[in-house]
Design a protein around this ligand. Structure first.
Ligand code: ASP
Ligand code: MG
Length: 420
């Protein structure tokens, strides 16, 4: 049994859903298919959730979103009497109902209740289409199987419970395809939660883990994993294989290869992960697996470039210029946790402590305000964090030559720069 994951780009319109069906035809046998919301739906629902939460008028945005889905349905179902037309209305009405209730004071909760509709819409439509095309496909509501705590927007999985529920619930019987939603889950009160932005890869890995799948495939708009972002560097190399360990390192440093939480469950059960192109499904793609031929965990062995834009470098020093002692650091980390600010890189000196973090304005503004109560705080904005794995001097020169370097950190396999 295989687990396939299709992201938003692979189901953005009627044509791409037809293409998804063609891909499934290439792989006979039982499959679990995990899908995201179509195209940019999650983002659009996020906008609606924001307006709803601030009691504004979201009607135009909602109309646009529903229209986009209806257009897609019309592209897939020429028969206007097909059940999907009504089935879609039913779910759309649920969303409308939700939005007519007064929002609670918990933004993260409201966000999850609203954005989850993206995956509920997409899976309903794809189920109907696949069955029309002759597949034996059953739709499972993933919220019955992936159970989490109540950290809305970034829920933690209850592995023990979820594994049992998935094992008992994902049973093929007559079906050859079990279709389900990525990204969403539910807590012990059966309220909808989400696993964090781009979390569908992780959903697929949770299911692959529980069912001990023979492989997982993530279908993307690129034919695998490259050693850098095509928009940033020339001379790209596609990787044939990456070890689990190296993949975890790379996603930790910000490579957009796969959602960072995805690899660990697969590694634990030694389930190979393929990253393949939904545009050219015949191509081999990249295999992420236990080990590669080269000791470095990469085949071929090449330097890997990872950049993270929109970084802010914050330097924190005590007002009285006393040393940054352990108790200062623990207070600072408590604030980082409270505002959910993830540290991408840190460095300390005798009297100051610097962190490089994503500049997520809503969170950073609050953090800075709070830090300024107790510390002298300086910051530099609009920076880029560059990481080179398996670097050499030439690659370092190429990337830092015409740039102002704020921080450089070098270890045996990795060099990192904060630059402007
Ligand atoms: N639809 C969700 C998002 O856009 C989950 C995913 O695509 O993986 O973040
Ligand atoms: Mg997506």
């Amino acid at each position: 049994m295989k687990v396939f994951k299709f992201g938003g780009a692979s189901i953005k319109n009627a044509k791409s859903i037809m293409n998804l069906a063609e891909i499934l035809r290439l792989y006979p046998g039982n499959k679990v298919v995990v899908v995201s919301a179509m195209g940019k739906t999650t983002y659009e629902l996020e906008q609606i959730a924001n307006v709803y939460f601030s009691s504004g008028n979201y009607s135009d945005k909602l109309e646009l979103l529903l229209k986009k889905h209806k257009k897609l349905i019309a592209g897939l179902f020429k028969n206007k009497k097909a059940n999907i037309y009504n089935d879609f209305e039913t779910i759309a009405n649920e969303l409308k109902m939700k939005l007519t209730n007064k929002p609670s004071l918990n933004y993260d909760y409201e966000y999850d209740q609203v954005v989850a509709f993206g995956e509920l819409f997409s899976t309903k439509i794809i189920e109907a289409y696949l069955n029309k095309e002759g597949f034996k496909c059953s739709l499972l509501d993933v919220r019955k199987y992936i159970k989490t705590n109540s950290t809305y927007r970034d829920a933690r999985v209850n592995w023990q419970l979820s594994t049992v529920l998935i094992k008992n619930g994902f049973v093929f019987n007559e079906s050859e395809i079990l279709l389900t939603q990525g990204f969403i889950a539910s807590n012990e009160k059966d309220c909808t939660t989400t696993l964090g932005i781009e979390g569908s890869d992780f959903s697929a890995a949770i299911i692959a883990f529980a069912l001990e799948a023979i492989e997982m495939v993530v279908w993307k708009d690129v034919p695998g994993f490259f050693n850098s972002d095509p928009k940033i560097y020339s001379g790209l190399v596609r990787l044939n294989a990456v070890s689990f360990h190296e993949a975890i390192e790379l996603s930790y440093f910000g490579a957009k290869i796969i959602h960072p939480k995805t690899i660990k469950p697969l590694q634990n059960k030694n389930i190979p992960l393929y990253v393949k192109s939904f545009e050219e499904p015949i191509l081999k793609g990249t295999l992420i697996t236990q080990s590669t031929e080269n000791k470095c965990g990469l085949d071929p062995e090449v330097p890997i470039f990872i950049t993270k834009n929109k970084q802010i470098l914050i330097s924190i020093a005590p007002n009285d210029f006393s040393f940054i002692a352990e108790d200062n650091l623990s207070a600072i980390f408590a604030l980082l946790a409270r505002y959910r600010v993830k540290v991408n890189l840190m460095q300390n000196s005798a009297i100051s402590f610097s962190i490089c973090v994503d500049n997520i304005v809503e969170r950073i503004d609050l953090l800075l305000k709070e830090l300024k109560n107790n510390y002298k705080v300086l910051y530099n904005n609009k920076l880029t964090l560059i990481t080179i794995r398996h670097y050499n001097q030439q690659t370092i020169n190429e990337l830092t030559n015409d740039r102002k370097v704020f921080i450089q950190q070098k270890s045996r396999h990795t060099v990192r720069f904060v630059v402007k």
